[in-house]
Design a binder for this molecule. Structure first.
Ligand SMILES: Nc1ncnc2c1ncn2[C@@H]1O[C@H](COP(=O)(O)OP(=O)(O)OP(=O)(O)O)[C@@H](O)[C@H]1O
Ligand SMILES: [Mg+2]
Length: 396
């Protein structure tokens, strides 16, 4: 019998399966005798059956004769390689010259080429090394797959974080810009108001009975009052909200400022009735700008959803439930189809026409809510309305 120096190594491989392909029954049997001690062996006399057998049986190593009727071993190895690149291929040949060996290695992706009569030790060594090589290759492939999955995950995270930062910066810059405009508008407005008061006194003193003049004065007075309240409301909304530091603030107040801002903004294009039902809630701790952004994203979506609906109503409630401060915003807009509900928090999902929606509003909203350990939920009746519920733990 043969003496195998690496027998214990082979025993680790007992589950590996080896296919032997040779048109000579004697050779098949003798190889089987050697290999079946360590491996699960499949003998194949007709090389043309190999492809069918591989469909139903997992094979780790293919040992094939080179000279067979119908097909050469290296061609068979090449065919197998095309479908099963990880199977380790070993060729046995009786009378091969260099050309055969080179062709077999190049075409058939052969792991080893052995000469007949086969040295058993050499064959077992080749199978063992081939299996190690195959396992290593599979391990590397698996690691690569994991790395790729991790990379994809990381890329997603980076994208999420950078869009959030970009949005925050945009919002912050916009806030600063609006603050400066409001400030610049306020001084000429005050001059107009003072000028108007002087003019009004003079006109009523010199022309006490002129109806047309007093009508014009009333018109100017109304416009000035509207402009003043608009500027006050915008300035209220902006004031104290540019700080990035967490402070204690009243969420109900912040909601009121957002409501008045939205009503002024959409007064002419899409007027909506907003019904605010605040309850007494504890102060929130956080950066008011973040909550402004949450509210403005949700309110903007609600307004957009009611662009063409007959009923245009928003209901906002605040309350405390299970030790959480909750905010509920409901609109009578188009609603969301049940299948689309889980998509609305995905990056880039938007049903708005090109250029109108970036599909980031709710992604950022959800991230902001979770950064305060809060939860956001949505419920919608397609065709009648949508409600968002956000709950934050009460700040200690
Ligand atoms: N209140 C709502 N009613 C109906 N559909 C809504 C509502 N809120 C969100 N959606 C749906 O969810 C989608 C995603 O909303 P999201 O705020 O993330 O993006 P967007 O509004 O399309 O764009 P933007 O980035 O400018 O906010 C919307 O395009 C819309 O289809
Ligand atoms: Mg939006």
């Amino acid at each position: 019998m043969y003496n195998i120096s690496f027998e214990s190594d082979l025993e680790d491989d007992e589950k590996a399966s080896v296919m032997i392909v040779d048109d000579e029954e004697m050779i098949l049997q003798s190889l089987e005798l050697v290999l079946e001690r360590y491996f699960d062996v499949v003998k194949v006399r007709d090389p043309l059956l190999v492809s069918d057998i591989l469909k139903s049986k997992k094979i780790d190593v293919l040992i094939t004769d080179e000279m067979m009727p119908g097909i050469r071993g290296c061609e068979l190895a090449e065919n197998v390689h095309n479908e099963y690149p990880n199977i380790c291929k070993i060729i046995l040949s009786g009378n091969s010259d260099k050309k055969d060996i080179v062709r077999a290695i190049n075409k058939g992706h052969i792991f080893s080429f052995l000469f007949k009569p086969v040295d058993i030790n050499q064959l077992l060594q080749a199978v063992k090394q081939g299996l190690d090589h195959k396992r290593m290759k599979e391990k590397i492939e698996e690691q690569n797959r994991n790395l790729e999955a991790n990379n994809r995950q990381l890329l997603k995270e980076v994208l999420k974080k950078s869009t959030k930062i970009m949005e925050m910066e945009k919002f912050y810059e916009l806030g600063k810009f609006s603050a400066s405009i409001v400030h610049d508008l306020n001084s000429p407005l005050q001059t107009l108001i003072t000028g108007y008061e002087i003019l009004e006194n003079e006109i009523s003193a010199s022309m006490p009975e002129k109806d047309s003049a007093s009508n014009i004065l009333k018109l100017i007075d109304n416009s000035l009052t509207t402009m003043e309240s608009m500027i006050k409301s915008i300035s209220n909304r902006i004031s104290n909200n540019l700080s990035e530091k967490p402070v204690n603030f009243d969420l109900n107040d912040l909601i009121r400022k957002n409501i008045s801002y939205m009503q002024i903004k959409y007064n002419n294009t899409n007027p909506v009735e907003i019904n605010f039902m605040p309850e007494d809630i504890p102060l929130m701790k956080g950066v008011p700008l973040h909550f402004d952004q949450i509210l403005s994203n949700l309110l903007k979506n609600a307004y957009d959803a009611m662009q063409n609906t007959e009923q245009k109503k928003i209901i906002i409630k605040t309350f405390v439930k299970s030790e959480k401060i909750c905010l509920y915003i409901y609109d009578t807009g188009t609603g969301i189809k049940p299948d689309d509900l889980e998509k609305i928090f995905e990056i880039g999902y938007s049903t708005k026409e090109h250029g109108k929606g970036t599909g980031l509003g709710l992604v950022i909203t959800k991230q902001m809510v979770s950064s305060y350990k809060g939860k956001i939920k949505v419920e919608s009746d397609y065709g009648s309305g949508t409600g968002f519920l956000i709950c934050f733990p009460i700040s200690k």
